[in-house]
Design a protein around this ligand. Sequence first.
Ligand code: FAD
Length: 326
Amino acid sequence: MLVQFEGDSIELAPEETVLQGIERHGLTLPAYCRRGVCRGCMVKAKRGAVPAAAQRGLKESHRQQGLFLACQCLPTEALEIERCGGGEPHASRIERVERLSAGVLRAFLSAPAGLAHQAGQFVHLERPADGLRRAYSIASLPGSAIELHVALQPGGAMSTWLESAVGEAVLLRGPFGECHYLAGEQDRPLCLAGSGTGLAPLLGIVRAALAAGHRGPIRLYHGSVRRSGLYLWDEVSALQQAHPNLRVTGSVLDGNELEVSTAGSAIRFQPLAAAIAADGPPRAQERVFLCGNAELVRALQKTFYLSGVPLSQIHADAFVALGARA
Ligand SMILES: Cc1cc2nc3c(=O)[nH]c(=O)nc-3n(C[C@H](O)[C@H](O)[C@H](O)COP(=O)(O)OP(=O)(O)OC[C@H]3O[C@@H](n4cnc5c(N)ncnc54)[C@H](O)[C@@H]3O)c2cc1C
């Protein structure tokens, strides 16, 4: 199948994706996960129909514009495509790094002028020296330093480097993704759930909702295997105390007694899905945000969908690792 891209005519081999064909021609897209999650290889079809599988998970307006994910595209007809922006690098610097728990870092990066992000979206962080690149979600609101929460992975190339990278110059690409607060929905109930550093985008969305004067109920669930994994627990509990429409629930597996803080936030010793179900099933009108561990995100997505929440109202960012399946 023929693909035209930046003046090149690329004849794809059978079962070759558009991304693979582009790279075989010596051209590049800022692809990171190659599994339809990170959005780095999103391009636009100027001519030709794109298979539905290549647009899965994209918002309707993007689908209508002909945007699609090159890594997921096995075309069934000739395509003419172009870059769709968002991939150009912005210079930034790591200003501060602190430990939030034994396994989680918080990094603050200078906000590049040209990076118009919304809290909850993700960026590709690149180490210029060798091009090492990983995706991280943004916990901070626009207008301040970019706050990332990074889980330290044993032997992790980026996460372990970041701990001692204060002052280092980095590149940011993006922003990407649809996990962000939607203006004009101040009365809609919101449900946010995630595990580990999945809290970063969820906290970003909560911060944006509260800053926008959200009036509807907001329920935030943070899951971890151990109690010590509920990092920033005091900070999110304090948010609940200051905002009566926000309820924060922790879900931890290694314990057995309900723990309620003076701020009213509760830690339940049961799996995340059970902790959510204990508050009643998801409601059809709720807008749902799911982030973190890919398996958990997939399972919760299914639960919410089967409970009647339309897929268009469920926004998910699965933190897939390189080499893992999305
Ligand atoms: C859309 C998106 C958003 C993301 N946002 C965040 C975020 O906000 N915070 C965050 O901490 N991470 C996030 N990630 C994951 C992040 O991009 C990296 O995968 C992670 O930081 C590991 O990179 P590394 O270079 O340290 O580890 P690598 O050198 O890539 O891997 C080292 C080892 O750790 C394992 N590993 C890597 N990542 C994970 C993982 N996520 N879970 C379990 N095992 C893993 C690998 O399989 C390997 O064995 C996100 C991923 C995506 C796709």
